[in-house]
Design a protein around this ligand. Structure first.
Ligand SMILES: Cc1cc2nc3c(=O)[nH]c(=O)nc-3n(C[C@H](O)[C@H](O)[C@H](O)COP(=O)(O)O)c2cc1C
Length: 181
């Protein structure tokens, strides 16, 4: 797949077919996503993949802060990946002091790069994804037994798309780019 096609063609998918996604497929996606760049190559992203429908259902029912659209999104997808980052490393010196005035900003920054890399890798394998930011972190950590010291950055639904949505309107390049010259 051409890179430009992947960058423009990836969409947020909110309806999936019933086709299963295997653990091996998730493994292959993470095998690519681990090449995402990270703060000082600290590689703090972790991927917790829920394929069991009962576990997914519990997250859909109890882990979305009553945001029913995300409950539906999770129920529709064959897999749910909970993306976490190990806390207090990206952006910090080994003794725990922040390297820059931006503190833990870099942890989220790395998680975002990891997330999009995961989604593009999935897209390259014919799978759709949806990044979700509305979730109950404490509840999902409890359901999945997320290790202490990891923070949940995002949920990623994964499955075979049942729809082919048009791209939501983007700002024009001239609106967001300033060439200083
Ligand atoms: C950090 C982040 C959080 C998001 N949270 C949600 C969410 O909770 N539920 C949802 O349906 N979509 C969510 N989205 C998807 C965006 O709505 C979507 O990316 C945007 O509308 C652009 O559409 P596209 O991904 O198809 O290009 C989120 C996206 C990002 C990057």
């Amino acid at each position: 797949m051409e890179l430009e096609q992947a960058l423009t063609g990836r969409r947020s998918i909110r309806q999936y077919t019933d086709a299963p996604v295997t653990a091996e497929q998730i493994r292959e996606i993470v095998d690519l996503a681990r090449f995402a760049p990270t703060w000082k190559n600290t590689q703090t992203a972790r991927y917790h993949a829920a394929l069991d429908p009962a576990v997914k259902e519990q997250i859909a029912a109890e882990g979305t802060m009553q945001f029913s659209k995300n409950s539906s999104n999770i129920r529709s997808a064959a897999a749910l990946v909970v993306l976490t980052t190990v806390d207090g490393i990206a952006g910090y010196e080994p003794d725990g002091t922040p390297t820059t005035p931006k503190g833990d900003h870099w942890q989220s920054f790395d998680a975002g790069i990891a997330c999009q890399t995961f989604c593009l890798a999935a897209y390259g394998k014919g799978l759709g994804t949806l990044i979700m930011g509305i979730f109950d972190e404490a509840k999902i950590a409890e359901i999945l037994h997320i290790p202490a010291g990891e923070r949940i950055s995002a949920l990623i639904a994964v499955g075979y798309p049942a729809v082919d949505p048009a791209a939501p309107k983007r700002r024009e390049t001239g609106e967001i780019l300033e060439i200083i010259g």
